[in-house]
Design a protein around this ligand. Structure first.
Ligand code: GTP
Ligand code: MG
Length: 370
C-alpha cells in the first residue's frame, strides 16, 4: 500500500509508461516500468502529471484478526525472565534443572538424553523464572536455535572435565544470534578432574571473558550433583534478569510461541506453548500457522490444570485442528470464522509455494559444481 510499480502508476493515471519514466527522470529518479517507487515519489510524479494519488487502505484478514497493537507503558507489568539452558550433550543441563526444581519444588525426571524442549517455571526467592531445557545432541540444532530465540537469558552449561565441545560453540552462536546475555555454568565441579581454569581460557576464544579476567561474562562453577554453586548461579541469573527490566501486558489477547507439538493418539494435537504477552485462557480460540482451534484443556509444567496463563508461563494445551510447527507464533483471536479463513489462506499460500516452478539451473552453474 505504501509503494507502487512505475507501470502500475502509469496505468492508473491512464498515461503511457514512457511518459511516467520521463517525468521520473526529470525529477532525478531513474526507474524502469517494473521498478517499485514509494508513495511520496508517486505523489510528486502524479501531481506533476495532473493526477492525485491516495493511499490504498488494504486490510488483510491477518490484520483484521490479530491484534498486534503496541503496548503502552502504563499497561506493562514485570514478567518472569525466560531462561534457556544450552550446551553440549551430557554436560548436565537436565541435571541442573532437576536440581533447581527439586530444591525449589517437587520431584523431577532423571537424566538421559534429552530429545525435546522441557519448559518449567520455578519460584526462586519468591520470584518466578521460566526455564527451557534443550537437548545437547548434535541432531537437535533447530531446537537449540528455537530455544534461544524465545528467551531472555542463556545459561551455557560446560562440563568442567570436558570443556568446550562442538555444541557448546553452537550454543554460544545461537545465544549471540538471538542477542541474549550468556551466563556460563561450569558444571561437574565435584569431579576430581574438573579444570575450570582451562574452560575460562577456552571461553575467551569465543569472546566470553570472565569478570575476574577483566571481561563481563559471568562464570559460575557449579555441581548439579551436589548443588554446589547453584544458589550463586541463580543469584547471578536474577541480577541479570533485573537489568533487563522485562515486562509484558497481561491484559490483552495472548501471543507467544509454539515450543513443541506432537500428535497424541487419544488427545489429538498437543502443543507446548510459551505465552509471551497477554493472557491465554481456557476456551480461547487460537491460531498457530495453519492450526486453529479452541483451547480445550490447559495444564501447567507440574501437570496442574490451569484456566489461564499469563506472560512467561509455559503451558500444554489441546484443542488444535492439527499439530502446529514448533517455533510458530500463536495468537488468541476473537473471531473463529475469520481464523478459519486465515488458515485456509495460509494453506493456499503454502500450496502455491510448493507448486512454484523450480528455478532453472544454468549450464554454468552445473559446470561450476563439477
Ligand atoms: P542432553 O540433554 O542429552 O544433552 O544431556 P544433559 O546436558 O541434559 O546431561 P544430563 O543432565 O542428562 O547429565 C548427563 C550425565 O552427567 C548424567 O549421568 C548425570 O548424572 C551426570 N552429571 C550431571 N551433572 C553432574 C555433576 O555436576 N557432577 C557429576 N559428577 N555428574 C553430573
Ligand atoms: Mg538433558
Amino acid at each position: 500500500p505504501d509503494e507502487i510499480s512505475v507501470g502500475e502508476l502509469a496505468s492508473r493515471m491512464k498515461k503511457t509508461g514512457a511518459e511516467v519514466v520521463k517525468c521520473l527522470m526529470k525529477n532525478g529518479v531513474m526507474a524502469s516500468l517494473s521498478q517499485i517507487i514509494d508513495f511520496d515519489t508517486a505523489a510528486i510524479i502524479a501531481e506533476e502529471m495532473g493526477c492525485k494519488v491516495e493511499k490504498e487502505v488494504v486490510v488483510t484478514i491477518e490484520e483484521k484478526l490479530i491484534d498486534d497493537h503496541k503496548d503502552e507503558d502504563k499497561d506493562l507489568v514485570p514478567r518472569a525472565p525466560v531462561v534457556v539452558v544450552m550446551g553440549h550433550v551430557d554436560h548436565g543441563k537436565t541435571s541442573l534443572l532437576d536440581y533447581i526444581r527439586n530444591a525449589h519444588v517437587a520431584s523431577g525426571e532423571a537424566g538421559g538424553i534429552t530429545q525435546h524442549i522441557g519448559a518449567y517455571q520455578v519460584q526462586i526467592n519468591g520470584k518466578p523464572i521460566t526455564f527451557l531445557d534443550t537437548p545437547g545432541h548434535e541432531a537437535f540444532t533447530s531446537m537449540r536455535a528455537r530455544g534461544a530465540m524465545v528467551t531472555d537469558i542463556a545459561i551455557l552449561v560446560v562440563a568442567a572435565e570436558d570443556g568446550i565441545m562442538p555444541q557448546t560453540v553452537e550454543s554460544i552462536n545461537h545465544a549471540k544470534a538471538a542477542g541474549i546475555p550468556i551466563i556460563v555454568a561450569i558444571n561437574k565441579m565435584d569431579k576430581p578432574e574438573a579444570n575450570p581454569e582451562r574452560i575460562k581460557q577456552q571461553l575467551t576464544e569465543y569472546g566470553l571473558v570472565c569478570e575476574e579476567w577483566g571481561g563481563d561474562t559471568i562464570v559460575c562453577p557449579i555441581s548439579a550433583k551436589t548443588g554446589m554453586g547453584v544458589d550463586n548461579l541463580l543469584e547471578m541469573l536474577t541480577l541479570t534478569a533485573e537489568v533487563g527490566e522485562l515486562k509484558a501486558n497481561p491484559n490483552r489477547a495472548a501471543q507467544g510461541t509454539v515450543i513443541e507439538a506432537r500428535l497424541d493418539k487419544g488427545r489429538g494435537p498437543v502443543a507446548t506453548l510459551l505465552v509471551q504477552n497477554g493472557t491465554l485462557k481456557q476456551g480461547d480460540i487460537i491460531i498457530a500457522g495453519t492450526a486453529v482451534g479452541r483451547v480445550r484443556a490447559m495444564v501447567g509444567d507440574k501437570g496442574q490444570k490451569l484456566t489461564s496463563a499469563g506472560p512467561s508461563v509455559p503451558v500444554e494445551i489441546t484443542g488444535l485442528s492439527e499439530t502446529p510447527s514448533a517455533g510458530a507464533t500463536f495468537n488468541a483471536v476473537a473471531d473463529e470464522k475469520l481464523a478459519r479463513e486465515l488458515v485456509e489462506q495460509r494453506k493456499e499460500e503454502a500450496r502455491a509455494k510448493a507448486n512454484a516452478p523450480v528455478t532453472k539451473v544454468s549450464l554454468e552453474d552445473l559446470f561450476s559444481q563439477i
